[in-house]
Design a protein around this ligand. Structure first.
Ligand SMILES: CC(C)(COP(=O)(O)OP(=O)(O)OC[C@H]1O[C@@H](n2cnc3c(N)ncnc32)[C@H](O)[C@@H]1OP(=O)(O)O)[C@@H](O)C(=O)NCCC(=O)NCCS
Length: 212
């Protein structure tokens, strides 16, 4: 799994905007202990699985922040659920039972980012009916995983857009075209979207400043 994830993360980093860093961590039994006190006190959940996931994701995010010159900043959770990034940085996190992923970028050309990870399994039909609309384009993805990729992309777009607009969007609000690499939501178009499928399905969404 390590090799596959290394390759997928490297692919998304290569295809994403300059300055964006991604990483992952296989979640370990003791990963709740990776939460810094300020992070732990901001998270109401007591479920040990959720705490492990949140600890693992924050440890990945802090590693990426360190690579960008930001040492040991806490990443607490706001009341909305969104992470609070240290001044000068944006980022996003996601996790499943076994894996945590994160993306960070210095504020500048990149205004906001979102990431999601999903199992590399077909999306259940009843979820597909809710999540995918005829306007969405999967861009030649493996047909077995196409709807999963679109679902993943929409969650990544939501996480990128929420910190800017504060809107809780539904799947029907997000239009994803993985062929052109662009997504839109009501009132906002030109959101960059990249997906990759392998041992997991991953998506990265980026809102960039328009070129001057
Ligand atoms: C944010 C959301 C998509 C997360 O989905 P999930 O499958 O439960 O969990 P993931 O592992 O993918 O992501 C969890 C991380 O998302 C981030 N997150 C949570 N709420 C967020 C928000 N409002 N904005 C940005 N990021 C958010 C947090 O970093 C969280 O990690 P933490 O729990 O360790 O703090 C979901 O909780 C939610 O709020 N959904 C409502 C909107 C929606 O899903 N609409 C349909 C898609 S457009």
């Amino acid at each position: 799994m390590q090799h596959c994830l290394d390759a997928m993360i490297a692919e998304l980093e290569r295809r994403g905007p300059a300055g964006v860093r991604l990483g992952f961590r296989v979640i370990g039994d003791g990963d709740a202990g990776l939460l810094l006190p300020a992070e732990r006190s901001s998270i109401r959940a007591r479920d040990p699985t959720r705490l492990r996931q949140s600890g693992a994701a924050r440890s990945v995010a802090r590693r990426l922040l360190r690579q960008l010159g930001c040492e040991d900043a806490a990443i607490p959770r706001a009341a909305s659920g969104a992470p609070v990034w240290p001044a000068g940085f944006v980022g996003s996190m996601a996790h499943d039972d076994a894996l945590a992923v994160a993306v960070v970028a210095p504020v500048g050309r990149v205004r906001s980012v979102g990431i999601d990870v999903e199992p590399a399994m077909p999306l259940p039909e009843e979820v597909e009916d809710i999540a995918v609309t005829p306007r969405d384009r999967c861009g030649g993805a493996d047909p077995r995983l196409a709807s999963r990729l679109l679902f993943c992309a929409k969650e990544a777009v939501f996480k990128a857009v929420f910190p800017l607009d504060g809107e809780v969007l539904g799947f029907e609000d997000v239009c994803v075209d993985l062929q052109s690499g662009l997504a839109s939501v009501p009132g906002r178009s030109g959101i960059g979207i990249i997906g990759a499928a392998g041992c997991r399905v991953l998506a990265l969404a980026c809102v960039e400043e328009p070129p001057a």
